[in-house]
Design a protein around this ligand. Structure first.
Ligand code: SF4
Length: 356
């Protein structure tokens, strides 16, 4: 174990050993990841205020609660006033970054609306808020338009880097093509976004070998930021029929922590989110992820009246907590983990290189 932790470059076998290590070794892994985090990115956690802008989606991913085929979901799109209320809160409270997340839509009015919101945010706050978009696969033109309108970062999870597993998570309808997702990520990087990706951990049919390959995919593609977490089943999805194949929640959670820690070992200066899905499986899940190498948290700023309608998975926490309650609760927990919050700081990934 010590030998592996000291290696400058982890190979596939090393990664597999770390992902499968026992509880005693796992403590060493997390401690080393925390040391590397402190050395390369500091004991700082950056807040990204999360705005779940709309749950209207043209896609039908087989694991997702807001998939277009789910008739039980009440669809919404936030008003401009509601978006700016959340932005004002973020700005007043020193969150220097926002994430605008939405179901995937390609219609002209949606693309224009996102552009208009970006321009208005840039004007109102004089470019002092960094914006991450997470609105799915789009054309190169749309990505470019949003970049020019004021977005700097884009999060598009690959969900799994294994094409066969990807095909089991998505309908075979020509709209959910693995190759196109990889191309979309390449386009984001080419255009100059700080591009982020991630995977779900503990999916039915998924193997540890595939997760090791996911980490190698991240390194090979050289992304500067990541958001990954445990797969959590949703009863109103087709994938739910395989729930008996799942690892236990504890196993999925622990494996997610290991993925964060190994990624920190492999890519020392990237940004890694402690995702809400971690907190869903363990009340202290995000803090534990911070202690295992993560350095970003996304407090939810979405208006309470919409939170229940944006559940990609079941059991999502903080559905009834105002932004202020979340902030106070997170602040004390982060302090307890020995980190400070980077208020007023953009916290761009140190790994990000602008294209020349
Ligand atoms: S995962 Fe994203 S793209 Fe897929 S159905 Fe859910 S919201 Fe839509």
């Amino acid at each position: 174990m010590e030998n592996i932790l000291d290696k400058p470059l982890l190979g596939k076998e090393d990664i597999l050993s770390l992902l499968m290590c026992d509880e005693r070794e796992q403590k060493k892994l997390f401690a080393r990841a925390a040391e590397i985090k402190e050395k390369y990115v500091g004991n700082i956690v950056y807040f990204r205020g999360l705005i779940e802008y709309s749950n209207i989606c043209s896609k039908n991913c087989l694991y997702c609660g807001v998939r277009s085929g789910n008739q039980h979901v009440k669809r919404y799109q936030m008003t401009d006033d509601e978006v700016f209320e959340a932005c004002d809160y973020a700005f007043r409270n020193g969150f220097a970054s926002l994430v605008i997340q939405s179901g995937e839509r390609h219609d002209v009015s949606f693309v224009r609306k996102i552009s208009d919101l970006l321009k208005e945010i840039k004007d109102r706050y004089q470019g002092r808020l960094r914006i991450t978009l997470s609105c799915g696969e789009q054309t190169e033109d749309s990505y470019r338009q949003w970049l020019e309108s004021g977005a700097q970062r884009y999060l598009l999870r690959i969900e799994t880097s294994n094409p066969l597993l990807y095909s089991r998570l998505h309908p075979d309808d020509g709209n959910h093509v693995f190759r196109e997702r990889v191309e979309a990520l390449d386009t984001l990087k080419k255009l100059g976004y700080q591009a982020g990706t991630g995977v779900m951990i503990g999916l039915p049919f998924q193997t540890i070998d595939q997760l090791a390959n996911d980490l190698l995919f991240f390194r090979e593609k050289d992304f500067p930021m990541f958001g990954m977490g445990p797969y959590i089943e949703h009863a109103e999805t087709p994938l739910y029929q395989y729930k008996d194949l799942l690892w236990t929640e504890k196993e999925r959670f622990t494996l997610s922590l290991k993925m964060v820690a190994v990624l920190r070992l492999m890519m020392k200066d990237v940004n890694i989110a402690a995702t809400t899905a971690m907190q869903t499986l363990d009340p202290l899940g995000r803090e534990k992820a911070i202690m295992a190498g993560a350095n970003v948290i996304m407090p939810n700023l979405t208006h309470l009246k919409y939170r229940r309608d944006y559940q990609l998975y079941e059991g999502k926490p903080c559905l009834d907590e105002e932004a202020d309650q979340c902030k106070v609760c997170l602040e004390s927990r982060i302090r307890l983990s020995g980190n400070r919050i980077g208020y007023g700081e953009w916290g761009d990934s140190l790994h990000y290189q602008k294209p020349t």
